[in-house]
Design a protein around this ligand. Structure first.
Ligand code: TPP
Ligand code: SF4
Ligand code: MG
Length: 206
């Protein structure tokens, strides 16, 4: 199998679901036979963004909420590249929501992968756009008052042509299979991985 690891030991908490995504991205690239030099991974900020250090592919560790426009810039510069934007629910559905809508409207040919753990985890567990209503978090100690967004119905409303799926982010085989599907899709694709932050997610409502 192609070696895409930098050799730096991941700093995620033991049991963090991001380990599964890390393996899934490598397996999907390997299964598709994409040469390492033709892949660019663009990371957002957060626990998920720290994955930038653990790959030895061409990659960018961008700003919070800005993995999508950065990925689009890379794709525009060289359309032959396989460009994957990887971010969290806070980055993609919160600070980066405007960019997500613009990319979906344009059916931009990139793949976005969201580690959707329903929290701002790197900053120790504040509410995010997908936090279930009523959940007690560090920023909503009495329970979140907002309705969570549903990325699948939201994106299908914006553009029915985009490929969007929300799956169990704790199922390694499904992650790889769906990533392969998303990377084969010619237009915009988004894979939302439903995760649980094992450190800060214990009090989230079901
Ligand atoms: C522009 C900007 N705003 C805020 C922050 C602070 N910040 C760093 S990580 C983070 C939360 C990340 O949450 P998410 O995107 O869901 O990723 P996770 O840590 O859950 O993987 C925030 C608010 C920042 N680094 N940059
Ligand atoms: S705080 Fe949560 S999301 Fe961040 S590394 Fe730990 S388990 Fe993973
Ligand atoms: Mg998050």
């Amino acid at each position: 199998m192609i070696n895409l690891k930098s050799g730096i030991t991941p700093t995620w908490c033991p049991g963090c679901n991001n380990f599964l995504l890390f393996a899934g991205i490598q397996q999907a690239i390997d299964q598709l036979g994409i040469a390492k030099e033709n892949v660019v991974l663009v990371f957002d900020i957060g626990c998920i963004g720290n994955m930038a250090d653990f790959f030895n592919t061409y990659s960018v560790h961008s700003l919070h909420g800005r993995c999508i426009p950065t990925a689009l810039g890379v794709k525009l510069a060289n359309p032959k590249l396989t460009v994957i934007a990887i971010g969290g629910d806070g980055g993609v559905y919160g600070e980066g929501m405007g960019h997500l809508i613009a990319a979906a409207r344009a059916d931009a040919p990139i793949t976005v992968v969201v580690s959707d753990n329903h929290l701002y985890s790197l900053t120790t567990g504040q509410t995010s756009p997908t936090t279930p209503k009523g959940s007690k978090t560090k920023s909503t100690p009495l329970g979140s008052i907002s309705v969570p967004i549903n990325p699948v119905s939201l994106l299908h409303t914006i553009n029915p042509d985009v490929m969007v799926d929300s799956i169990d982010g704790r199922d390694p085989q499904l992650i790889t299979a769906k990533l392969v599907e998303a990377l084969k899709h010619p237009g915009f694709s988004l894979l939302d991985l439903q995760q649980i932050c094992v450190t800060f997610g214990k009090e989230l409502s079901a």
